[in-house]
Design a protein around this ligand. Structure first.
Ligand code: ATR
Length: 279
C-alpha cells in the first residue's frame, strides 16, 4: 500500500497545530504516513474539494473558514455534521468524499477526561457565544441531557437563530441577563474569543454561582484564561480548551491511519511548549 497522506485545510493555516498532533501520533504508533497543512483561499475551496479524490490525500481536517464549504462539498455527511452544518473531518471511501464533525466528540471527551462524571447530574447550562464552536457545544450538552441550554451572545439575533434551530431545549439570552441565569447553571462554556491573547477579557462575576459549577473555556491561548483563574479561585472545576483540540483529532487519525491514538500528557506538553514559542 502506498504511503497514506492526510492534511488540514484552512485559510490561513500557519497557526494550525494539527500537523504537530498527527505527526506525533504517526511517529508514536510507527505508522508510515504523513500529515501536512494546505492553505486554500476561499475562492478556490469549492474546486479544491471537487478535485480532492485526485489530490493524493486520503482525507483531512477542515478548519476556519472552510467547514461549511466542506459540508456542502461532501457526497455524504454523517448525522452530527448534518446537525452542525459543518464538516471538520473528511475521508475518501470508494471514490466518494465523506464528512463528519468531531468537535462534539472533542468537547465531550475533554470534559469526560477532565471531570469524570460531570454530566451524571444535569441541569441548566450556559454557553457564551453563538458561532460555529457554540453549535458543537450546544449539541453536545443537549445530547447529555442538559436543559435548558442558555445561549448568551452579543448579537442576540444569532443566539435566537440557534434557539430556533435546536428547538425548545435552547434559550437565547443577552449579556444583561447573565447575572440572573448564571447562578442556576451547572456548566458554563465560553466559546467567544473574549479572554484570548490580544482580545478583551471576559467580565463575569463567579461569586454567586453553584459550588459544583464546571467552567470550560474553549480558548487555549493563553491556556489559563482570566475566566479559568477566577473559577479556580472560587473553588470551581476549571477546564481549559486545549483538550478539545486534541480529542477532536482522534477520530480522523483512526479513520485515515487505522489505529486509535491516545491523548497523552506527553502530547499535551508538546503542544503547550509549541504554543509558548508563539507567546
Ligand atoms: P467560532 O466559529 O470559533 O465560534 P465565530 O463564529 O467568529 O467563531 O464566533 C465568535 C463568537 O464570539 C461570536 O458569538 C461573537 O459574538 P457576535 O455574534 O456578537 O459577533 C463572540 N465575540 C467575539 N468578540 C466579542 C466581544 N468583543 N464581545 C462579545 N462577544 C464577542
Amino acid at each position: 500500500m502506498s504511503r497514506r497522506k492526510a492534511c488540514v485545510i484552512g485559510w490561513p493555516i500557519a497557526h494550525s497545530r494539527s500537523p504537530l498532533i498527527h505527526r506525533y501520533w504517526l511517529k508514536r504508533l510507527a505508522v508510515d504516513g504523513d500529515y501536512t497543512a494546505v492553505a486554500v483561499e476561499p475562492e478556490r475551496i469549492a474546486k479544491f474539494f471537487i478535485q480532492f479524490a485526485d489530490s493524493g490525500f486520503i482525507g483531512g481536517n477542515v478548519t476556519v473558514p472552510h467547514k461549511e464549504a466542506a459540508f456542502r462539498a461532501v457526497d455524504e455527511a454523517d448525522e452530527v455534521a448534518a446537525v452542525l452544518g459543518a464538516v471538520n473531518t473528511l475521508w475518501l471511501q470508494d471514490g466518494r468524499l465523506l464528512g463528519s464533525n468531531t468537535d462534539v466528540h472533542g468537547f465531550l471527551a475533554n470534559l469526560d477526561g477532565a471531570v469524570p462524571g460531570w454530566s451524571a447530574e444535569v441541569g441548566a447550562a450556559m454557553v457564551l457565544g453563538a458561532g460555529g464552536a457554540a453549535r458543537a457545544v450546544i449539541w453536545s450538552l443537549l445530547q447529555r441531557g442538559f436543559d435548558p441550554v442558555v445561549v448568551v451572545n452579543r448579537t442576540l439575533a444569532k443566539a435566537e437563530q440557534l434557539a430556533r434551530n435546536f428547538g425548545p431545549g435552547v434559550r437565547a439570552s443577552g449579556w444583561d441577563e447573565v447575572g440572573t441565569m448564571l447562578p442556576l447553571s451547572r456548566v458554563l462554556v465560553n466559546t467567544t474569543s473574549l479572554g484570548m491573547r490580544g482580545q478583551p477579557s471576559l467580565p463575569l462575576d463567579l461569586r454567586r454561582v453553584r459550588d459544583d459549577m464546571i467552567v470550560n473555556d474553549l480558548v487555549y491561548v493563553p491556556l489559563e484564561t482570566g475566566l479559568l483563574e477566577r473559577a479556580r479561585d472560587c473553588g470551581l472545576s476549571a477546564v481549559d480548551g486545549l483538550g478539545m483540540l486534541l480529542h477532536q483529532a482522534v477520530p480522523g487519525f483512526e479513520k485515515w491511519f487505522g489505529q486509535r491514538p491516545e491523548v497523552s500528557d506527553e502530547l499535551r506538553s508538546l503542544i503547550v511548549a509549541d504554543l509558548a514559542r508563539d507567546a
